[in-house]
Design a protein around this ligand. Structure first.
Ligand SMILES: Cc1cc2nc3c(=O)[nH]c(=O)nc-3n(C[C@H](O)[C@H](O)[C@H](O)COP(=O)(O)O)c2cc1C
Ligand code: SF4
Ligand code: SF4
Length: 426
């Protein structure tokens, strides 16, 4: 083992596979060549999923056009290249020969005339090429699903178009599982709004792991509002609905994993994708139910060698909190999640700590709050030029907490509701 691989060691077992750690490079532009697999392996990743392989021929295949909107922590693209079966099998074979720690997995879609048999054929071809597992792509929102969203008629039903249907997913999973011996991952989409139900269909049909893709389709930022018809992607003339990924996605991605875990119970295995960047993200993702953590955008931006540094931080956290394994953290938050009806709410009202108030009045215009007004006062000495400070009327404060989040100086505190307050403020 090299130094990075040693530092990245956090052994994890899933679907019978012994992984170096629970971190996977997701299928995408960073798993497209044997050289990339070499780099992924040297950096000590647990698994790598080869770029989407389509048989017979990728029916939408364009030179890539990617944008990273750093301020929004958002990645967008529509034009993308997929790979052919023979290319992918070669990457798999060569990758298997050189990889010392990383498991090599496929990511496949069949869209030819043979239906389910075609999927089985592809999966078997990867098994024969030495793949450690197969992943069915029931998730890509950027092929037929984008065609649907953009209003054109679809001739093919692949990726997210397919992954919305429990029946279609189950049919392919069942057939592939019956004919192959390596672990089977089903990577599914949240676009149909029923990711939990589709994942159940996949597990019932025999999937060993469900991966939640994380990404969504959406409209990218318009870079120049004076030329609104221009594309947001460089070297692309027209606007397009784009595939969205990266850290902005995390709250939605965590919800996907939570839903899958909650609906399917603790015995199934889940790989969570979507906006995973830093070690704290990995903890949140596993606490919401993921066994494995998948990343794509982060590897596009940072390469592969960052992993061991994040794992080092993660291990320190685990040690501090007495988690012996990564799995020990899994599902921690899942049973705690409540709906509004059964939440326990603490009664309190806001109060301003006057020596911290700079009189900026940022808390004044809050549209749903009748409780704050400005009064004369000294406030933060030297920093309060206007000689005014905020004052909260405890009889009108609902305890919503918006002022806490708006105040630049953290001047708000909580205090008890006045004992004689009988009317609940609106
Ligand atoms: C440019 C790009 C290409 C992708 N290609 C594939 C693909 O071929 N197959 C697949 O299953 N997922 C693909 N994905 C989805 C990622 O693997 C991942 O599930 C998703 O982007 C969310 O994770 P992230 O926020 O870490 O990128 C792609 C994502 C990006 C950004
Ligand atoms: S907690 Fe809400 S209601 Fe109370 S002062 Fe702040 S913004 Fe107003
Ligand atoms: S936002 Fe904070 S600093 Fe500004 S006026 Fe309100 S309490 Fe004072």
């Amino acid at each position: 083992m090299n130094e990075m691989q040693e530092k990245a060691y956090l052994p994890t077992k899933i679907a019978g596979l012994e992984l170096h750690n629970p971190f996977c490079v997701g299928s995408g532009p960073t798993v497209k060549t044997t050289e990339m697999i070499r780099q992924i392996d040297e950096a000590g990743w647990g698994a790598a999923f080869i770029k989407l392989t389509i048989d017979p021929e990728p029916y939408i295949n364009r030179e890539p056009r990617y944008r990273w909107w750093a301020k929004d922590k958002l990645h967008t693209f529509t034009a993308e290249k997929r790979i052919k079966l023979d290319e992918a099998l070669k990457i798999c074979e060569e990758g298997k020969k050189l990889a010392k720690v990383t498991k090599i997995m496929s990511n496949i879609t069949y869209d030819g005339p043979d239906g389910v048999e075609g999927w089985v054929r592809m999966a078997k071809a990867f098994e024969d090429a030495g793949a450690d597992g197969n992943e069915l792509n029931m998730c890509c929102p950027n092929m037929s699903f984008n065609v649907e969203v953009t209003g054109d008629e679809i001739k093919k039903c692949t990726g997210a178009s397919m992954g919305r249907s429990p029946h279609l997913v189950a049919e392919v999973v069942r057939a592939v599982k019956a004919e192959t011996n390596i672990p089977l991952f089903a990577k599914i989409t949240p676009e149909g709004g029923n990711i939990a139900q589709v994942s159940k269909a996949a597990f019932d049909a025999g999937a060993d792991v469900v991966s939640s893709v994380g990404n969504r389709l959406g409209v990218p930022p318009i870079p120049d509002i004076n030329n609104p018809k221009l594309s947001s992607q460089m070297l692309q003339d027209e606007p397009s609905i784009t595939c969205l990924s990266g850290p902005w996605l995390k709250p939605l991605a965590l919800r996907d994993v939570y839903e899958i875990r909650k609906y399917n119970g603790s015995l199934v295995s889940v790989c969570g994708y979507g906006g995973m960047a830093k070690w704290k993200d990995y903890i949140e993702m596993t606490m919401m139910g993921a066994d494995l953590i998948g990343m794509c955008t982060e590897t596009m931006l940072r390469g592969f060698d960052f992993l061991h540094k994040e794992i080092t931080q993660l291990k320190k956290y685990m040690e501090r909190n007495n988690y012996a394994t990564f799995k020990a953290m899994r599902d921690t938050i899942v049973p705690e999640v409540r709906t509004a009806k059964s939440l326990h709410l603490t009664e309190a009202v806001a109060i301003v700590n006057e020596p911290k108030c700079i009189g900026c009045e940022l808390c004044m215009p809050i549209g749903h709050c009748y409780a704050i007004e400005m009064k004369e006062g000294k406030g933060w000495e030297g920093k309060n030029k206007k000689g005014i400070v905020a004052l909260v009327d405890a009889y009108k404060c609902t305890g919503c907490s918006t002022c806490f989040d708006l105040c630049p100086t953290d001047a708000f505190r909580w205090t008890s509701v006045p004992k004689d307050r009988t009317v609940i403020p609106v």
